[in-house]
Design a protein around this ligand. Sequence first.
Ligand code: ADP
Length: 405
Amino acid sequence: MTGREGTRRWVRIRGEARYADDGSVEKMVGTVQDLTERHEMEERLRASEERFRGLFEEAALGIALLGPDGTIVEANPELASMLGASPEALRGHSFSALAHPEDQGQHQDLFNALIRGERERYEVEKRFVRHDNTAFWGRVTVSSHKGPGRPEAIGMVEDISGQRAYERQLRDAKQEAEEASRLKSALLANMSHEIRTPLTSIIGFTGVLEDHLTGTNARYARLAHQGGKRLMDTLDSVLQLSKLEAGVTTPDTERVDLVAQARETCMLFRSQAEDAQIDLRFDPAVDALPGRWASTAVQRVLSNLLSNALKFTPAGGTVTVRIDRAGDVATMVVEDTGVGISEEDRSRIFEAFTQESEGLQREHEGSGLGLAIVRRLVDLIGGQIDLESTKGEGTCFTVRLPIDA
Ligand code: ADP
């Protein structure tokens, strides 16, 4: 029926005849009842029910509506497919009996408490057995769903077998890594003793031989002596890096002047620079920078950066060390006019055993550990290291250190 302003109305029309005593129709009484509101409410209810049914049917989560004794009143297709059964076959089945025999009955207390209204929901993880007797891990959330004409609880099951397997892999991998790390520490501790002792003798005696021999023999002794020293350096670096990685190193701080300390370190490289015909400059922007510094670590950082700068700068080049301060931060810069580092390598040279020229193309000797140690030392003392470089023009490392005055 069309109402005012052209709206559609649902109505119930009743016509009734009233009879006179002689049986003739005296009058007709008609009633019209407007049912629009009721009709619309029913429509809305139907639409809402359809929406929820769609959700139940299409959900990628296993859902079961449960009665007060834990019987499945209705199961959605996802739960059925997880278990390899049909939704109809699950109806009337005990929800807890779907679990693996070893996991059955474990959570009955929780379910009972939910039914008694003592809790709103609970979440557990347990194994379920499929129709073909294979098992999978499920995360089960059971929540209370009381109400007139409604079942008592809703059980939701999420298959977490993949996640469980991943967690197990992670646990295994962690165990393996810990075992490998333990072996590495044992190996390094042993290596330190077993290699260092004979190596010290080799270095000492080849030094003596070099002094007493002449000509080719003296050259051989010198090569053996230099080789021994290089090996010792590498051993020291490996040990230091492994200690830094294991987090067992704590930097000792002492009150020193950073400028004076950097000057001293530069002095140690003076003769090496002269031999390589490189102009080594120390150019501090401040006279002194006193404070509490992790001086051994800072010295090691500067030595490694300086040794690289001298190694990768050809004769005639310049290496400059600058010290400055900006507020609470000290900057230590090592700049060279050497071969530079390509953009591609700049991001990875701080990794252990990484060198720009690797394998047979290696032009410079070195273990590729120096910068890995530098990065970890700088991290350890709360500093920061940055690198700018242009291939063929030079490299500039800037270390920023917090000043502890
Ligand atoms: P290495 O013992 O090989 O010097 P480092 O970790 O100290 O190991 O350096 C890694 C690599 O980074 C070097 O092999 C070199 O390729 C590059 N590199 C480091 N410092 C410089 C520099 N000042 N100029 C050019 N290349 C550098």
